[in-house]
Design a protein around this ligand. Structure first.
Ligand SMILES: *Cc1c(COP(=O)(O)O)cnc(C)c1O
Length: 381
């Protein structure tokens, strides 16, 4: 990345997808490279610098550079999904390594982690998301190789202090990886707070239109661990397609606008609903009543994101009936898109879920906020 690219503000880098111009036609939008293979020179070398697109598809270059710049990272990699990006971090560990993960986190990844840890012989322990004291005690006792953070974390949006965790990790030589899917680099830059790795389900805010499954990792340093992760991707083969890479870059170009609008809508909705008589809790880090608010105010800039959950006073059946009455919000899983989604979370997580049964997760989109508020208030009555 040139120093000129680095000096630009994030909004400019995002809007222009790094502002690169593609030769030979001086395209403002990069072409989609579909070739899987590249011609060798007569001497057997690779004059184009590429060999085979499982390892190094040029369609990744600009989207990875954009994610790295937004995250203030040394490098970034895109993956076939968020799960594949997270799995690459775990596959780069060695059997016997200890991992600390939050009790509350994205359910699909938690389930995978528990299974993988047993087959890969990792020792896996969980800490209380919002408690730096619990985390500190466990870090000192267990000496983990990897500390996983998700913040704000599904489905209660608990906030973990990235700077304090990174400080603890430095004491004991652990690597900190932050699942920053909900915060996005527009609100939180984990590497600037001391984290080593950042993971995204790029399916969510980075792409932002519910039409691509993708993942990303960004790293503070191009070190040995990163080299292992690179091999996991190129040899393991969980690569993103060329067209998906292009769509992801297109989505990234409005990241700042979408995240700003979703955060503003979510803040207004949370404030409006916080004393609603049918709700026992409105879980949103932007509310002073949220246990993670003070930490969130320190490590999130420009808003608290578009994700919140509400808990119905009348319990599980009331929560399900509430989602059934929504009209503007669509009843669907996933998050981070331009359209608002609502989901009875415990029923999608299934047996063993830690999610309260009366909880409905809301992914706030960029629609007119009054339409969203009207829909929620009508469905609550
Ligand atoms: C969706 C999600 C994932 C998994 O990502 P996929 O792109 O669905 O594989 C991981 N973490 C969080 C926080 C997510 O929301």
């Amino acid at each position: 990345m040139s120093s000129e690219e680095f000096s630009r503000r994030r909004e400019t880098l995002a809007a222009q997808g790094m502002g690169r111009i593609a030769e030979p036609y001086r395209d403002i939008v990069p072409p989609i490279h579909v070739s899987t293979t590249y011609e060798r020179g007569a001497d057997g070398g690779y004059p184009g610098g590429r060999i085979y697109s499982r390892a190094d598809n040029p369609s990744f270059d600009q989207v990875e550079a954009t994610i790295a710049a937004l995250e203030a990272a040394a490098a970034a990699l895109v993956f076939a999904s968020g799960q594949a990006a997270a799995a690459a971090v775990f596959q780069a560990l060695a059997p016997g390594d200890a991992v600390l993960a939050p009790r509350g986190m994205y359910w699909g990844l938690r389930n995978w982690m528990v299974q993988f840890a047993s087959t890969w012989r990792l020792t896996l322990a969980f800490y209380e998301n919002a408690s730096i004291d619990d985390l500190a005690g466990q870090v000192r006792a267990r000496r983990p190789r990897l500390i996983w953070i998700e913040t704000p974390a599904n489905p209660t949006w608990d906030v973990t202090d990235i700077a304090a965790t990174s400080e603890l990790a430095r004491e004991t030589g652990a690597v900190v990886c932050v699942d920053s899917t909900a915060a996005t680099p527009m609100l939180t830059r984990p590497i600037e707070l001391g984290a080593d790795l950042v993971m995204h389900s790029a399916t969510k805010y980075l792409n932002g239109h519910s039409d691509v499954i993708a993942g990303a990792l960004a790293t503070a340093r191009n070190d040995e661990l990163w080299q292992r992760i690179l091999v996991v991707r190129s040899a393991g083969g969980a690569v993103l397609g060329s067209f998906e890479s292009w769509l992801l870059l297109r989505g990234l170009r409005t990241l700042h606008l979408r995240v700003g609008a979703a955060s503003a809508n979510a803040q207004a909705i949370a404030e409006r609903l916080q004393s609603h008589r049918r709700l026992s809790h409105v879980l949103y880090p932007g509310l002073a009543s949220h246990p993670g608010h003070a930490t969130a105010a320190r490590q999130m800039q420009g808003g608290f994101g578009g994700m919140m959950s509400v808990r119905l006073r009348d319990g599980e059946e009331a929560a399900k009936a509430f989602t059934g009455r929504l009209r503007v919000f669509k009843r669907a899983t996933s998050l981070g898109s331009v359209e608002s989604l609502a989901e009875h979370r415990a029923s999608v997580e299934g047996p063993g879920t830690l999610c309260p049964p009366d909880l409905v997760r809301l992914s706030i989109g960029v629609e007119h906020v009054d339409d969203l508020i009207d829909d929620l208030e009508r469905a609550l009555e």
